[in-house]
Design a protein around this ligand. Structure first.
Ligand code: FAD
Ligand code: NAI
Length: 476
């Protein structure tokens, strides 16, 4: 007899595992199927985010930042160190341990919330007369489950350059980029997007000579222009070599390294020779092995599952969330959709506001933003006021010894409603939360300017940028 559930979630990344927990909290009998397998052959729920994305990348960013501080900044504090060196094997083992803590945490949460977890590949077997679907699980033990409602949260995978497969030895996706066994002398990156900048920063801090080749003529095109300029200046000063407007040609790997032929922005033929190459040119929705055809689940030309604003697919009782559908490929976006779908299945009416989803790039300085950029407002012809405050004038940033960057507010010229907040600087990832809350409550810049912020704190730069909208900063 098949096991029957109210809800079956396929995929236990941030979209799927959070949807499963919320569904179970709402009293629905819930199963979650995930095929990610750890080195010991066991389950590793958490998806890309936990295994080869957000969590391990932040672990390595932290280790490499400590190394850079110890090597370059401790001396300013009067701290002397002799024979500083990096033990890459230990750094990677720590990263793996952090990943495992998160995998185990999710398994614990499934138990706590009574979510039935199945380790294996889930696929549509058939639609059942009278509603619901039969889902096959292929794993150590094969099973057939029946679900009244199905949530597909199968995520995404790295996009390869055409004709250049990832070997994870020399030509690396995000997976290989997170487990390079020794600091390469030279490292190439194709794509100066989020992964390119984060992973480039990690290996540059540890001593690699890093070159990033980017097809677009502008740096970080989705980021507010002023912030992108500040960030570009900071990264270049750190020694990250970023070439814009290139066209990548033939890529060849051998035992010693990788050769990349490309045309530079001026049309000149160039060759980049590096020990390893990370290809970070975006990600593609992942539906392989789902057997979507068996039930007629509609995909678009990019291979993403087609959904409406509420994450409903073309099939009754089938929903899809996270990287496998339209919208930004971010863990917190996947989570919000997962919660909303579980609540809709339970008959509630939640809402996900795409305009207040924050973005963070965890480089140093960090880059974070929410809402509209200045170039978007100009394109829309919207009248706005801008206010900027530099960390150089913030007492806490001076004490930290980290004064690069600014906080920038964009507010409606007539109503003063906050339309966007953009930060490049220390702890931008944490500072942006205040802006998200403010925008959710449709606050004005003056609201933030009138709120008492602790002194000395980086958040005072946020208050001062809000004051700057009305040209009345107090400390600059
Ligand atoms: P995923 O996390 O991809 O999970 C999908 C899961 O489903 C996987 O475990 C997969 O194996 C499983 N699966 C697929 N098909 C099947 C099947 N048929 N049966 C069973 N299981 C299946 N986002 C941020 O917000 N912040 C960050 O700092 C950040 N850093 C990142 C760093 C890197 C290097 C990368 C690559 C990504 C990063 N992201 C970050 C993006 C983030 O990882 C994704 O947006 C997020 O993981 C998407 O969640 P998801 O649940 O949709 O899919
Ligand atoms: P991306 O979309 O951020 O950047 C890809 C870059 O590659 C773009 O600048 C693009 O113009 C460039 N590119 C594309 N084709 C190219 C080519 N043939 N030659 C040279 N350049 C080319 O994608 P990335 O960095 O792979 O990351 C994928 C996604 O993962 C991100 O968009 C983001 O959603 C998520 N992510 C989020 C993080 C975070 O939130 N901190 C961290 C890492 C990833």
């Amino acid at each position: 007899m098949s096991k029957t559930f109210d809800v079956i979630v396929i995929g236990a990344g941030p979209g799927g595992y959070i949807a499963a927990i919320r569904a179970a909290q709402l009293g629905l009998a819930t199963a979650c199927i995930d095929d990610w397998t750890n080195a010991a052959g066991g389950p590793a729920p958490g998806g890309t985010c936990t295994n080869t994305g957000c969590i391990p990348s932040k672990a390595l960013l932290q280790s490499s930042e400590y190394f850079e501080h110890a090597g370059h900044h401790f001396a300013d504090h009067g701290i002397g160190l002799k024979d500083l060196r990096i033990d890459v094997a230990k750094m990677l083992a720590r990263k793996d341990a952090v990943v495992k803590q998160n995998n185990d945490g999710i398994l614990y949460l499934f138990k706590k919330n009574k979510v039935a977890f199945f380790h294996g590949r889930g696929s549509f077997a058939k639609a059942l007369d009278g509603g619901g679907y039969e889902i096959a699980v292929a794993g150590a033990q094969s099973e057939t489950l029946v679900g009244r409602q199905i949530v597909v949260a199968t995520g995404s995978s790295a996009r390869a350059l055409p004709g250049v497969a990832f070997d994870e030895e020399r030509i690396l996706s995000n997976d290989g980029a997170l487990r390079i066994p020794a600091v390469p002398r030279t490292l190439g990156l194709i794509g100066s997007g989020v992964i390119g900048l984060e992973m480039g920063s990690v290996w540059r801090r540890l001593g690699a000579q890093v070159t990033v080749l980017e097809a677009l003529p502008t740096f970080l095109g989705a980021v507010d222009e002023q912030i992108a300029r500040e960030a570009h200046k900071a990264f270049t000063k750190q020694g990250l070599k970023i070439e814009l407007g290139v066209q990548v040609g033939e890529v060849r790997a051998n035992k010693k390294g990788v050769t990349v032929a490309y045309t530079d922005a001026k049309g000149g033929a160039q060759v980049l020779e590096v020990e390893r190459l990370i290809v970070s040119i975006g990600r593609v929705p992942h539906t392989r092995g789902l057997n979507a055809e068996a039930v007629g689940l509609e995909l678009d030309e990019r291979g993403a599952i087609v959904v409406d604003d509420d994450c409903r697919t073309n099939l009754p009782g089938v929903w899809a969330v996270g990287d496998v559908v339209r919208g930004p490929m971010l863990a917190h976006k996947a989570e919000e959709e997962g919660v909303a779908v579980a609540e809709r299945i339970a008959g509630q009416h939640p809402h996900v506001d795409f305009n207040t989803i924050p973005w963070v790039i965890y480089t140093s300085p960090e880059i974070a933003w929410v809402g509209k950029t200045e170039q978007q407002l100009r394109q829309q012809g919207r009248a706005y006021k801008a206010g900027t405050f530099p960390f150089m004038a913030n007492g806490r940033a001076r004490a930290l010894g980290d004064t690069t960057g600014v906080v920038k507010f964009l507010a409606d010229a007539a109503t003063d409603e906050i339309l966007g907040v953009h930060i490049v600087g220390p702890m931008a990832s944490e500072l942006i939360a205040e802006a998200v809350v403010a925008m959710e409550f449709r606050a004005s810049a003056e609201d933030i300017a009138r709120i008492c912020h602790a002194h000395p704190s980086l958040s005072e730069a946020t208050k001062e940028a809000a004051l700057a909208v009305d040209k009345r900063t107090l400390n600059f």
